[in-house]
Design a protein around this ligand. Sequence first.
Ligand code: GLA
Length: 743
Amino acid sequence: MIQFDRIKKTFTLTTEKTMYQMQIGPVGHLLHLYYGPVTEGCFDYLQLTRDCGFSPNPYDLQEGRGWSLDTQAQEYSTPGVGDFRLSTLESESADGIQGADLRYVSHQIRPGKYQLAGMPAAFAGEGEAETLSVLLADAATGMQVELLYGVFSQRNVITRAARILNRGASALRLNKAASVCLDLPFGDWQMIHFHGRHTMERQPERVTLMNGIQTISSARGASSHQHNPFVILCQPDTTDRFGQCCGMMLVYSGNHRTDVEMDQAGAVRAVMGISDTNFSWTLEPGEVFEMPEVLLTFTQEGLDDLSHLYHRFIQHNVCRSRYALERRPVLLNSWEAAYMDFDAEKLLRIARSAKELGVELFVIDDGWFGNRDDDFRGLGDWFVNEKKLPGGLKVLLDSIHALGLKTGLWLEPEMVSEDSDLYRSHPDWALTVPGRKPTMGRSQLVLDLSREDVIQWLYETIAGLLRENPIDYVKWDMNRHLTDLYSHTLPACRQGEVTHRYVLGLYDLLERLTREFPDVLFEGCSGGGGRFDAGMLAYHPQIWCSDNTDPIARLTIQEGTSYGYPVPAMGSHVSASPNHQTGRSTPLGTRGVVAMSGTFGYELDPGLLSQEEKDEIRRQIDRYHDWQDLIREGDYYRIQSVDKARPYGAWEFVSPDRDEVLLNVVLADVSSNPRPLHLHLKGLDPQGRYRIESAGFYGCNARLPHVPDRIFTGGELMYGGYTLPILLGNYPSVQICWKSVTG
Ligand code: GLA
C-alpha cells in the first residue's frame, strides 16, 4: 500500500511485514525517514536538527543552523548543496554548473509496476504491485529526477529506480548516475558482500563498517566473478535464523558500484547503481536517462528469511522465462567430457550412453563451429565445422533427438576471434582503440554491442540458427571482460557511454531472442558464474554457477550464491573424479548431493565409467526426479557453513506445506574419534510428525543411528536437533529425507 499524508507530507509504503517512509522536507528535499518492520507511526521526529558544525544549511533554513543536508537522511543525494557524503548523481550543465539541488515538484501513485525502457525490471501480476513516482527538479539546470518505487506487498519487496530528464535548453553531462541512495541513520550495521575470482565466485564476507567508505564494484563490463552486485546490511547479532537485515540487489549485468559510507555521526549511507568508472552520458534537451532497478528487502527474521524473499521474488517477478517455474531437464554437457576434441561419432556415442543413464538433454558445448579446434580461433563464425560434424548441425541434432534426448548448443555471441571470417570482414565491430594494439583475453576480442548493426547481425545469426535447427536449449557464454572501450561509431563526447550502451544492446538482443523463442531454455554463463545477476536472470532462468565443478569448492560457491539467488537458477553438474579444476578425488555420491542443489546435470563422459558408477548415476537421477519439485519450490535453509571448527556443509529444503524435508550434509574433512555431528533442522512444523523416508550415505559405510521408523516431531528435529552417525572416509556425505505422517 502507498499512502500520502497531505498534512505531514509523508509517503508511507507498506508491505505485509515492512514499512518504508519518506517526507517532503521543509524546503522540498525528499527525506528518508524509515525502513523497517511494519508499524503505525510517523518517523519525522528522527530527523537531526542540531548544529553539527561544518554542516551547511540551505538558504531558507539558516536559523539555528540545525538543518543540514549533510545530516539528513535522503532519498537521492546530490553534491554541491551541503551534503558532503556520498552522492548519487554527478552532473554538469553546458554552462559548467555542477551538481543539483533537487526539490519536490509532484508525485503520482498508481496501480501496477513501472517498467524501464530497454532494461529488465521486476514485473507484477494483476493487483500485485503499486507504483509511486516522485518528481524532483533543479531550478538552475533544468534537470529533473523521477524517483520510482514499486511496492510488492505480499512479497515484502520494494523496488527502486530513477530517471533523469533534461528539461533545460542545453545538453547535460552525467558523470555518475546511481539508482539508489539508502540511508540508515541509526544503528550498528555490518555488510555482507560476495567477492571472488574465476572458479571461486561469490564467497560471502561479513565486515564491520569502518568510518569512511567501502566499495563493492566491477569495471569489467560484466557484473563479474570478483564482486556481485548484491549486498546485505545487517546488525551485528543477525544470524541466518534471527535479526534485522536489509538487502540491496541491482538488476543489471554490467559495470556496477555500491559504496557504503559511515559518516561523522555514525549514520550509514549505501549508494548503488551503474559504476561511474569510464562512465559519462550526454543528455540532450528533452532526453531521458534511466537507471537500473534495485530490489530492496528488509526482514527481522534473519538471513534465511531474506534469502527466501529474494528467491521467490526472482522466480516469480524477475525471471520472464516460462521455465522459471517449471521442471528443468537433467542435462549432460560435452565440455568436460570432450572439450573441443570431438566429431559427430564421438558426440553421438556420449549422447547415447547419457540417454541410457536417464539424462534428458544433451548439450554440445564449445568447438562445433568455424575453425574452432582450440580457443585461439573461430568465435563469430557461427556455422558448423563440417570436418567435425559432416552433414551439418541439423543432421547431428536430429540424430540426438532420435535417441529421445533434447538438444542444446553452446554460443558465445558477444565475442570474436582475430582468426575468424567475421573479424576479417568487420574489424571495426570489435571494441578497439584506434592506434593501439587491443588487449586480448582468452585470445579473443569483444564485439561492440553498443552498435545497432552488430546487434542486428547477432539477432539474425542466432535467430537463423534457432529457426533452422531443432535446438531446445542454448548456453550463452561470455569469456572475457571489456577493455579498449572505444566504439568506432560513437562521437568523441559519447565514448564514455560504451559500457552502458553495450549492456543495453545485450538486453535488446536477449529480449528479441527470448520473445521469439519462448520454448528455448537459455542458460547464462560467463566463464562459469561471472555474470550471475538479477539482470541476466530476467532472461536466463538458470546460470552456470562456476567453472569449478569440485563438490567441496562448490559448497561455498553455491552457499554464497544462495544468499540472493534461487537454487534452481544455479547450474550445477556432476563431473569426473579427480576433478579437472582442483585435482581432488571425491565420491560420486557426494558429487551428486552437491549438484542436486541446483539445476542438475552431468559434465563427464559416461563411456569412461564403471558399471557400478553407471548404476549409481541412474539412481542419482531417480532421486533427483523425486526431489526436484521440493528443491525448486521449497524453502532453502543454510544449516552449517564449512569452517575450521566445523568442516562440513549442511543445508536443507522444506516443501511449501512443510510436509517434506531434505537434509544434505557434506564433510570437507574428517578426524578420528570426531565430535558428534549434531544439526538443528529449520522451517518444520513444530507440532508436525516426521518419519525418515530415505537416507543415503555416500563415501562411507555409516548407517542410521536409530530404528528407522522412529517418528520425530518438528520441534524435536528443530530444537533438540538430530545427531548423525560417525562419518569416516574421503569427503563422505548424507542425504536424509523426512516426510510428515498423519495419525
Ligand atoms: C567457459 C564456460 C565453460 C565452457 C567453456 C567453453 O569457460 O564456463 O563451461 O563452456 O567456456 O569454452
